[in-house]
Design a protein around this ligand. Structure first.
Ligand SMILES: NC(=O)c1ccc[n+]([C@@H]2O[C@H](COP(=O)([O-])OP(=O)(O)OC[C@H]3O[C@@H](n4cnc5c(N)ncnc54)[C@H](OP(=O)(O)O)[C@@H]3O)[C@@H](O)[C@H]2O)c1
Length: 316
């Protein structure tokens, strides 16, 4: 569901993981046809919901704009189809709770497409932390920002499509911080707004029982896009782009003590698709690696960050 850029990127990953893409749904029949032609997809629908009703569809991938994840996911749940739903999972935790509640009540598989969680670099980071290579982790620092073009068709700047850095980029930095340091009990932020009414930059501080996260997001600044996880005996650097890092270094007192290549062969989106396959083969309705409770916890943090600046989406 959704004929945009990320959907195009996932077509290859889905095929690489051994499945096929048999249907595409778009609000525009022309876009559905063009997408189908470009990617060799036989069934083209001029509405998103029709994808879920196609008997040849076994799994629905929701790749529409953030504002539409709720209705598209609910449509797929109603049709009884397992769902991989793009990040940010929804506009807010209330929508996310409705999606999770409906999936659980119907026994339908649902997972957030948080591809970073399945990337080899993230798994290696968690292994290095468990092996206490940097002692006790006390600090997470992550930046995610780039200058984005604020043209009228750019969804990132449109509040009605769920634009803004906190949802699109914040979801990654908050997910990483909570994965490493656990749930925060303090959430503070400073947010800069754009003329269009979205957050264009944010500085976020999370206080966790075991440490502090310092996080930044931006659509105006060309940021380092690295993650530095620091412990009592060293630090681990996820080189840019941290959410699919090609290289990890372990550093102690300014020296690199180990450098590990973490760039996989093939599509980097393949791992989340593999997880959907694995879960479905085992009859699971949730991924134990990316549980829906973790998705909900992150959505609640994103709510609180937006609330510090009084940011709301139309109709919210
Ligand atoms: N996992 C990742 O790495 C990743 C990366 C980027 C985005 N995302 C997430 O995926 C979702 C979609 O993001 P995206 O980057 O794919 O957005 P996008 O390229 O802007 O596409 C979003 C929607 O815009 C419409 N659209 C596409 N091309 C259009 C055109 N030429 N004219 C008018 N409308 C057009 C499509 O609607 P129709 O479906 O109606 O055709 C499409 O579903 C978002 O939730 C985003 O946060 C994830």
């Amino acid at each position: 569901m959704g004929a945009g850029r990320i959907a195009a990127a996932l077509v290859g990953a889905i095929r690489e993981a051994g499945s096929d893409v048999v249907a595409i749904g778009s609000a525009s029949p022309k876009r559905a046809e063009a997408f189908g032609d470009r990617h060799g997809i036989p069934h083209r629908f001029g509405s998103h919901a029709e994808v879920a009703l196609d008997p040849d569809v076994d799994v629905v991938y929701v790749a529409s704009t953030n504002d539409a994840h709720l209705s598209h996911t609910l449509a797929a749940i109603e049709a009884g189809k397992p769902i991989l739903c793009e990040k940010p999972f929804a506009l807010n935790s209330e929508q996310a709770s409705r999606m999770v509640g409906a999936a659980r009540a119907s026994g339908v598989f649902l997972m957030e497409a948080m591809w970073m969680r399945f990337h080899p670099a993230t798994n290696l980071l968690l292994d290095l932390i468990s092996a206490r290579r940097i002692g006790e982790v006390r600090s997470v620092r992550v930046d995610f920002g780039f200058p984005a073009a604020p043209h009228s068709s750019n969804r990132l700047f449109d509040p009605s499509l769920g634009g803004g850095t906190i949802l699109d980029l914040g979801v990654y930095v908050v997910t990483l911080a909570t994965l490493v340091l656990g749930a925060p009990d303090v959430i503070e932020a400073h947010v800069e707004r754009s003329d269009s009414g979205i957050d264009i930059q944010a500085g976020i501080i999370l206080g966790h029982p075991g440490g502090v996260s310092t996080l930044s997001t931006s659509f105006v600044a060309d940021m380092a896009n690295e993650a530095i996880i620091s412990g009592t005996e060293g630090r681990i650097r996820l080189h840019a782009p941290f959410h699919h890092s090609p290289k990890i270094t372990v550093e102690q007192r300014g020296e690199t003590v180990e450098s590990i290549n973490t760039r996989p062969d093939g599509s980097e989106y393949r791992f989340e698709v593999d997880e959907v396959h694995r879960c479905l083969a085992q009859g699971l309705t949730e991924s134990p690696v990316m549980p829906l409770d973790d998705t909900l916890a992150v959505m609640r943090i994103l709510d609180r960050i937006r609330a510090t600046a009084g940011l709301t989406f139309p109709g919210e």
